[in-house]
Design a protein around this ligand. Sequence first.
Ligand SMILES: [Zn+2]
Length: 388
Amino acid sequence: MTTELITDLTIRDICKGFVYNELEGKGLFGWEGKLTIQPEYQRNYIYADGKKDVAVIESILKGYPIGILYFNRTLDGRYEVLDGQQRITSFGRFYTNKFAIKVNGIENYFGGLDEVVQEKFLNTKLLIYICEGEEPEIKEWFKTINIAGVKLEEQEMLNAVHSGPFVTLAKAMFSNTQNPMMQKWSTYLSGKPNRQDYLHTALAWVAKDEKKIDAYMSAHRRDTNINELVLYFNDVIAWIDSVFPDIYEEMKGQPWGELYERFHTQPYNPTEIGAKLKELKEDPYINNFRGSFEYVLGNCEDKRLLDVRIFDKATKEKVYNKQTAQAKEQHISNCPLCALGHDANRTRIWKLAEMDADHVTAWSKGGATDISNCQMLCQTHNRAKGNK
Ligand SMILES: [Zn+2]
């Protein structure tokens, strides 16, 4: 039996010639008639409950993966869906306006969606395994991918497809729960080693991109060592250890491979990094401490990573009204920085919508997000100040 991973087919391709039988409740054909969606022995379409089918469409529109689809190539060169009927029928029915989803509270059929959204939907690429072989083999394979209803994780599937000495060695290191390093790795890695999540991460790091894992495994399939994989993985872990002196639970599942690639050639002072993180962890204005690691690695420049709490509407209005009343009395601009200038804006009274709230003492220098530290600036001045 052979298997092949196809990654360039889109929803548009599969939806071409989509046929759904309302009477039987089955998605019948797709992909210009080449694909039989629900062969005779398959259960009927059970996703048409206004929840599961909608969830499939919402996942696609949000760019979330909808999982691997499994096709079987038949002797006459056509295809049958082994796994994925429900998902395919969901997007096929949506494409043919059989049901609607809610966008901002309004029911939307595919035909009524914005053209850009339609294109995004149709251009979504699918992850499809195509297998070819004798029926008993295919049945056996289908059984293994559905053991006790537990779907194979993507990495488990990749291990099966690229089985050989490389996978055997890699699993012995990264999927073996007896490995004494597991405890340590679990600080930085998310998922479960026995479901191949750690191996998946290690491969994504060395391949520099999760999407390149398949190609990497294919290229190394017959290797009798995993030196490159191990060296790179250990480098990343050692780098994290050397830069961050303390452990935080938010370290789990960070995109460490990517951070390593971007920042490992920069020098850091671990004592300073440790102190900064401690300060950020305790800062009540930070909504997203998870972003702190990338933030400190980037020399504390990109505040957006932290999702710092901003001034609320009531505070902004209060400060605006006070500033504007004073400015009018003094015949100067209600933007204190414009008022200092010499151009026409010196006496300009900006509307509330034309101004933004600014921390008088910068948040990064300890300034609080409360009314005593709030001033309204025109957008030009606020932006100029924000960049400093
Ligand atoms: Zn101004």
